[in-house]
Design a protein. Sequence first.
Length: 323
Amino acid sequence: MKLIINTKPYSFQLTKKLTTSQGVISKKIGLLLQVIDSDGNSGWGEVSPVNGSELTKCIESLDLIGRTTTKDAIENYLFDLPGSLAFGLGSSLADLDNLYENKINFERFDILNSSYLLPTDIDPLESIIKYINISNKEKSSCTIKWKVSNQENNFNEEKILQKILNILPVNFKLRIDPNGGWSRQKAEEWSNELKNEPRLEWIEQPLESKDIEGLFSLATQIPIALDESLVTFPYLRKAWKGWQIRRPALDGDPRLLLKEIDKGCNKTIISTAFETGIGSRWINHLAAKQVKGKYSCAPGLAPGWCPKGSLFSNDPKSVWEAV
Ligand SMILES: [Mg+2]
């Protein structure tokens, strides 16, 4: 089947800047994709990498594929493309497949049931106290995610941890994410501090993505979730039996991730990379499916971090027209 690929660049500011041990994200840039078949039907996708160099690679790959192509050619390329481009093209093809087979009925997900990502530029303790009060009233998620190893702030995170544990209600869960910023020694210290703490859900990517040996070893002491390592070494998606943070927008063809979640063998958590409404359709659908599965767990959709407006609409055409 002959296809035409149209693209539109987009950008938006996050509502607050996100500081991690790897740097600061305050703005997202990417591409919207519209793939049109010979009958004039459209499939929709989004290329939403977190780092700018991947976006450049995606644009080069799109030039290589050509703007007029075929379904078979795209399917053949998908596996070798950067994950974020494979996500965009895979989701466009899924829309076109859906016209004839109607396989996917996109589900919504109530973002209040997502884990709560603490702001990174103010004292986390203040935010936690506020959130505990709000969540009691609004019946929102009791899972809090704290990004630590923040290079911009001089918070004494060890002291803050003690204060958090002093006030965190028993029904709350805490996820701690150093984004690969800890040394083995530091990871050992935090692990010793937290290993008998029932409110700790997991520590996410404590060591740099390449330190596989260190990560496997820590996982024998405390629950560890992998994130960046799964992007660097996709084979770990099969080999790692602990929690896996999967960001569909970076992960590749979403039809494969959907199959994986339907099978329900992995402890998968769906997480956002801050998408427009076109990408969010998939993130929400995968999150809704995951939550109904065997290893049900609050997804990481970062409530309140993306602005509002037509760019975040559930209707792909409105998103396309909003740019
Ligand atoms: Mg993470």
